[in-house]
Design a protein around this ligand. Structure first.
Ligand code: ADP
Ligand code: MG
Length: 262
């Protein structure tokens, strides 16, 4: 069982889209997958066309078993939905010294008990107790980031926070950067991608192209695999040398290789 969390203190960078797309991708490939909505905005539900619900609050705050609060949304795909009561989880974590470690331990134990293969956590756009709890729980932290100058500044803040958390805990994780909203026609995102790779090397995953299909799919209650499996966001873009680069299908392959090789 492997846990991934998707963290960036900026909103609108593709965290929820990546969790829903990669999570449903894992499920399609036969992995028993749990998506956990740790954002009070409850956008996993919005993207999958289900109702927001106090799933995270009931699990962590009311201490109900994971099994009781999760919903089945597709074959192999389960969701612990969130809503604004997720704020109470954060409140309790602030008060209790061991709250973040307890979150991580309980999540690992219960997901293993339910024979999950992968768990993906979607986080709110901040760097707070819940993000730290998610880091502690994670085998892999994925940082989706847009490729603009101001976004890259935020990346350094998160990677610092990850290093600090790792230093004073037994956090198992490594982090990877996932460039989103890649625009192959403008020079700007291209240059930023080169900068990211220069700074972080192989920890930078291939980019996800900017693609309006990703914004359209949720309105139809569909994942992108159901709505437009051939679109650029899934299949990648073709570069000047005729080579296909990036896309969620390629990222999914990399993550599967990562967990199977580990
Ligand atoms: P976050 O969870 O980081 O706030 P979201 O995943 O909700 O970000 O994405 C914000 C908006 O951008 C959504 O409307 C989503 O459909 C859209 N979006 C996400 N990724 C892309 C992309 N690669 N290209 C175009 N639109 C995208
Ligand atoms: Mg989100």
């Amino acid at each position: 069982m492997k846990i991934f969390s998707f963290i960036n203190q900026k909103g609108g960078v593709g965290k929820t889209t990546s969790v829903v797309t990669l999570g449903s991708g894992f499920a399609l490939r036969g992995y028993k997958t749990l998506l956990m909505d740790c954002d009070p905005q409850g956008h996993i539900a919005t993207q999958l066309g289900i109702h927001k619900a106090p799933g995270l609050r009931r699990w962590y705050y009311d201490e109900e078993p994971l099994e009781q609060v999760m919903m089945t949304v597709r074959d192999n795909l389960y969701v612990v939905p969130g809503d604004k009561t997720t704020d109470r989880v954060l409140g309790r974590m602030r008060e209790e010294q061991w709250g973040t470690a307890e979150f991580a331990d309980r999540l690992r134990e219960e997901s293993t008990g339910l024979e999950m293969d992968v768990v993906l956590l979607d986080l709110a756009p901040s760097l707070n107790h819940l993000q730290i709890a998610a880091m502690l729980a994670s085998d892999y932290v994925i940082i989706p980031t847009r490729l603009r100058y101001t976004d890259l500044d935020g990346v350094n803040e998160i990677t610092r926070s990850i290093s600090e958390t790792a230093r004073r805990s037994r956090m198992p994780g490594r982090f990877y950067l996932l460039p989103t909203f890649f625009d192959r026609v403008t020079r700007e995102t291209h240059q930023r991608l080169v900068e990211l790779v220069t700074a972080f090397g192989r920890q930078v995953l291939p980019p996800i192209p900017q693609d309006v299909k990703l914004a359209e799919a949720p309105g139809r209650g569909m994942t992108i695999w159901e709505y437009a499996p051939q679109c650029a966001a899934v299949q990648g873009y073709i570069n000047g040398n005729g080579k296909t680069i990036g896309g969620y299908a390629a990222i999914l392959d990399e993550l599967i290789a990562l967990i199977e090789g580990a």
